[in-house]
Design a protein around this ligand. Structure first.
Ligand code: PGA
Length: 265
């Protein structure tokens, strides 16, 4: 892990929670903040309707950054129902998930569109959390690394080294999302190392060290320690096990303790 890098613990709320739920969630984090030793950055990716209210309420909670879950690639225009990166920025988003498999599956997020969306975020100074990963069939056929390479080359086509340093790459094997089947630390580590090697190959070693690579897919309190210690892992992305705030605090605490221990050694 490059010096100065914080460990990311991302919570993806998906289509859950009301304003009151969100405010209560933040206030629980505020009370627990000292337990994270400044070692972790908690990235809360919330429904867009909650973003502005929660971003305002989160001011002063140093470990929390707010994020969105999707964005349109154009700044404005006749795109009914869509939300642009300048709008997310104005609402207080510092991060935005791009290319989550649930969106690829149901809302036609292709690798090319993912690239456009990530670029739209970067233009606004929003960090895109770009999700890539293989299906179960691709893994069984031994095509995992080929899929990752294809997605890397397509999603990040035209990215400068500076762009690469300002993104988060989330390795999310599709078969692990919402399924309860977490990847083994070896599987995650192999994928992360491969992604890091590609950044080195197409950019530089320095850039590769600066880019955050995180793991997502059935991360839970019971497995977060081993997943956070998988090779080349700069964070974890958590869905359902982060919806209960006390659970999320536990996850973050485990990551903070492990991160502090390893950075001290
Ligand atoms: P999960 O979701 O933790 O419920 O598997 C992960 C995600 O979708 O980011």
């Amino acid at each position: 892990m490059a010096s100065g890098k914080k460990f990311i613990v991302q919570s993806n709320w998906k289509m859950n929670k009301s304003f009151d739920d969100g405010l209560a969630y933040l206030s629980a984090i505020r009370s627990a903040e000292s337990r994270f030793f400044g070692a972790v950055e908690l990235v809360l990716c919330v429904p867009s309707t909650l973003l502005k209210t929660l971003a305002d309420a989160a001011r002063g909670i140093a470990c929390v950054s707010m994020g969105a879950q999707n964005v349109h690639w154009e700044d404005k225009g006749a795109y009914t129902g869509e939300i642009s990166a300048p709008m997310l920025k104005e609402a207080g988003a510092r991060y935005c998930v791009v290319g989550h498999s649930e969106r690829r599956d149901s809302f036609a997020d292709t690798d090319e569109r993912v690239q456009w969306k990530a670029k739209a975020c970067l233009k606004q100074g929003i960090t895109p959390i770009v999700c890539i990963g293989e299906s179960l069939q691709e893994r069984k056929r031994g095509q995992t690394l080929a899929k990752l390479e294809y997605q890397f080359l397509t999603c990040f086509e035209g990215f400068t080294s500076e762009d690469m340093e300002n993104i988060v790459i989330e390795y999310e094997p599709i078969w692990a999302i919402g399924s309860g089947h977490v990847a083994t630390p070896q599987q995650a580590g192999e994928a992360h190392q491969f992604i890091r090697e590609m950044i080195k190959k197409y950019h530089s070693k320095e850039t590769a060290l600066k880019t955050h690579i995180i793991y997502g897919g059935s991360v839970k309190v019971k497995n977060v320690l081993e997943m956070s210690e998988a090779r080349d892992t700069d964070g974890v992305g958590v869905g359902s096990d982060s919806w209960d705030v006390q659970n999320f605090i536990k996850l973050a605490e485990i990551c903070a303790q492990s991160f502090s221990k390893h950075s001290a050694s």
